[in-house]
Design a protein around this ligand. Structure first.
Ligand code: ATP
Ligand code: MG
Length: 327
């Protein structure tokens, strides 16, 4: 079985973009692959997090993993911070990363734009992500389009390590969906939908109540035309909504275009909202059950133990190859 690894940051309320671009694929891959899915809490603290909120968000993301359909007896579900090898290999990878490589990262540019000062961790975070992936010798990494550049860095560093210290790491491939790899903000189709956005109207949270979802979609920016047509270049807002519709229904983009021909945006948005509600409502019901059941910490403990076995063996091998004394 090929190995899969990925993760989501507990940096806010997971969005429909996280679901479509990543989580939905985690669920799909779990039965055919050897899967490791973590909540990357150490990544979340690259921007300031309130301690109580971090804990709540970490529990919430874990519960959403399970509610969306991840089976902890099939996939290994764990918290990044509970497997200390991530931080250790992260440091070693930081030493192998060039400043120029980090300076080119568009996520750093986006997240630091307009800020007076940012933590150094926001800058070096891609090296920790490299470690997250290489620690498990992952073959495939299901991510949204925004993570492509970090995956490239991961591949480069795996190759760099292998050629300097001898064959050690698998070179991982990104697994990026064809539709829905980059869901855009509802208020600005030039920006990706993000859970850390300060404007709650820009995203649909996976836990938004049905009426909130309906309101957000009815307010979503479109254009002054009235054609429901998929044309990301000239109609980015409408195209984004069509992608969401296609991902939340079993309709193709062409079928959606045909269905609303000549009707303007009103009926389209109404049906779209119902498709999103129908996708998220069952997840929300399971989510509430899971939060009430108190099972989360048990799941995470079991995941930690399984992950640590892999991580420990791999880190030892890496340290040995680099010349560290293993006692
Ligand atoms: P943050 O703003 O804190 O970075 P985020 O919404 O970008 O939050 P992450 O935890 O960074 O979420 O990413 C989790 C996964 O979701 C990644 O695989 C990422 O590529 C994917 N993803 C994030 N945003 C989108 C989006 N708008 N469309 C599709 N996939 C996305
Ligand atoms: Mg992100």
């Amino acid at each position: 079985k090929l190995r899969v690894l990925s993760g989501m940051q507990p940096s806010g309320q997971p969005t429909l973009g996280n679901y479509i671009g990543a989580l939905k694929n985690y669920v799909k891959l779990q039965h055919t692959h050897d899967c490791y899915f973590m909540v990357v809490d150490m990544h979340a603290v690259t921007v300031p997090q309130d301690p109580a909120a971090l804990k709540e968000q970490t529990e919430s993301v874990t519960a959403l993993y399970l509610a969306a359909g991840l089976d902890p007896n099939v996939a290994t579900v764990f918290l990044q911070s509970t497997v200390h090898e991530h931080a250790e290999l992260g440091w070693l990878m930081t030493t192998l990363t060039n400043m120029g490589e980090l300076e080119r990262m568009t996520q750093f540019k986006d997240k630091s734009a307009g800020k007076d000062s940012v933590g150094a961790g926001l800058f070096t975070y891609p090296s920790l992500m490299v470690a997250d992936i290489l620690l498990y010798n992952a073959d495939l990494v299901p991510v949204g389009d925004d993570q492509k550049q970090h995956l490239e860095l991961t591949r480069d560093l795996a190759q760099r390590f292998n050629s300097r210290f001898g064959d050690t790491f698998t070179i991982p491939e990104p697994y990026i969906p064809k539709v829905g790899a980059r869901i855009m903000s509802l208020d600005d189709a030039s920006k990706k939908m993000s859970k850390s956005s300060s404007n709650a109207g820009s995203y649909i949270a996976m836990l938004d109540a049905p009426d909130v979802i309906r309101k957000k979609i009815s307010r979503a920016v479109t254009d002054s035309g009235r054609e429901v047509k998929f044309d990301p270049q000239h109609k980015p807002e409408v195209s984004n909504l069509i992608s969401i519709y296609a991902e939340c229904s079993d309709k193709s983009i062409a079928e959606i275009e045909a269905q609303y021909e000549g009707q303007g945006y009103g009926p389209f948005k109404k049906d779209l909202a119902e498709a999103v509600v129908a996708t998220l409502e069952p997840i929300q019901i399971r989510y509430n059950e899971i939060r009430q059941s108190g099972e989360l910490y048990e799941v995470l403990k079991q995941g930690k133990e399984r992950a640590a076995v892999q991580a420990d063996a791999m880190l030892k091998q890496v340290k040995e190859k680099m010349g560290f004394i293993i006692l």
